[in-house]
Design a protein around this ligand. Sequence first.
Ligand SMILES: Nc1ncnc2c1ncn2[C@@H]1O[C@H](COP(=O)(O)OP(=O)(O)OP(=O)(O)O)[C@@H](O)[C@H]1O
Length: 259
Amino acid sequence: MDNVRALDVRNVSAGYGGRPIVADIDFCVRAGDILGLLGANGSGKTTLLKALTGQLPLMTGTVAIAGIDLTGKPEKAKAAFGLAIEPGDLPASLSGQQYLELVASIRGCTADAWPCGDVMARLGLARWLPRPIAGYSLGTRAKTAIAAALLGAPPLLIFDESLNGLDPEAAWEVKCMIAELAQTEAHAIVISTHVVETVPALCNRAMFLAEGRILESWDAAALAQAAPTPGAFEAHIIRSLRDQKASSRRRALSSAAPA
Ligand SMILES: Nc1ncnc2c1ncn2[C@@H]1O[C@H](COP(=O)(O)OP(=O)(O)OP(=O)(O)O)[C@@H](O)[C@H]1O
């Protein structure tokens, strides 16, 4: 893929029961980008990722994946991304192998068509594959979801807090794989995380969501500037989270105050 927009998001709002949770979302990621998505609990990260992957209908705006409009051509657009589903959503009655084969059959590839070497060996998953997912630990489920997302080497990869529950070695491997994939310039990666320091260490772009809106975003240069020393970016994000909490508290108090 040339340096095309792997994900193009224009004026998106989405939510539940007719109530928008995320709004005015505008950004794009190109092949080679690793975008880190940050925000407090409930800020709308998962809702946004659901909207971008067609799991939630858009209330406004457009999403294009590898140039394919998600609303106009949903099946074709969905074939262009790999999403590591929540570990708890894996089909418990299938074995890991059966699940990978199912995903591979949907993607039209073999169950070992990974773009970054032998993912089973890298994640230490091989011995688990014949066993039912029901007996997997959280981390083993997370690894299975990541391995499935990579099948068929989609141009866009989306990881929603996928590093949660991974042991340090597996988390390191996944971060290495993400960096290798970005380096090929054939893939773009979006990763949401609460591990703030992962962002300057791994990503070349970042976005901070607050109350469903993009409060701050960084390109590579801004991210390097925001993280001049270890811990500096984390300190900045903690300050933003605290400011954000204080201003919502002030808004709540002023709307509760008698006129
Ligand atoms: N299915 C749903 N129906 C109604 N509201 C929902 C639903 N799922 C999430 N929400 C609400 O949307 C808001 C954003 O939730 P979301 O899960 O997107 O946040 P998040 O940033 O991913 O949070 P976390 O960091 O805790 O995973 C929250 O107020 C949440 O209660």
